[in-house]
Design a binder for this molecule. Structure first.
Ligand SMILES: [Zn+2]
Length: 169
């Protein structure tokens, strides 16, 4: 599926905290929604508000998937595939897949699974919301201040997603 096709099945719209990606059609569980296109950066220290881990590198994603929001009970996941080109060079691609049935109009969300040091308060509204945008296994490492205003999802996103891929910061 090309990004053009993905653009016909999803759209960028207004979400709870800024922009979000919304389904324009239904998707089955495990169905591929689209490829995350973007610019690849091989610098392990590369970080930005939106970058995603891709192999040992980072991907600065293009719209629409640039605007995927976090949810503690997401309906999508990023799926990294690796294959070899004819010249033997490894190619990494990042795809978005549905985790469960998605209806037209649903916002598409992923679990950012940020490391504890990048965690910010989460306002996703899931009944089992962790309270923080952080990897479930690192939740107990997050210090819990008495109260803190909700940040927008843009804060620290690049740093955190680079951590998600294990490529360091
Ligand atoms: Zn949450």
């Amino acid at each position: 599926m090309s990004n053009t096709e993905a653009a016909g099945s999803v759209r960028v719209g207004i979400a709870q905290f800024g922009s979000g990606v919304f389904a324009m059609r239904s998707f089955r569980a495990r169905q591929t929604i689209g490829k995350i296109e973007g610019q690849r950066f091989d610098d392990p220290d590369y970080g930005s508000d939106y970058c995603m881990g891709l192999g040992e590198a980072s991907l600065e994603p293009d719209p629409p998937f640039r605007f995927l929001n976090h949810h503690c009970l997401p309906n999508c996941e990023l799926w990294e595939i690796e294959y070899e080109e004819e010249d033997g060079e490894a190619v990494f691609e990042l795809w978005l897949k549905a985790l469960r049935t998605i209806q037209p109009g649903d916002e598409l969300t992923i679990d950012y699974s940020w490391p504890a040091e990048a965690a910010i308060p989460c306002g996703c509204g899931a009944p089992a919301c962790r309270g923080w945008i952080v990897a479930a296994e690192e939740l107990d490492q997050v210090r819990r201040p008495k109260s803190q205003p909700l940040h927008t999802r843009r804060s620290h996103r690049g740093q955190a997603l680079a951590g998600l891929a294990g490529s360091g910061e």
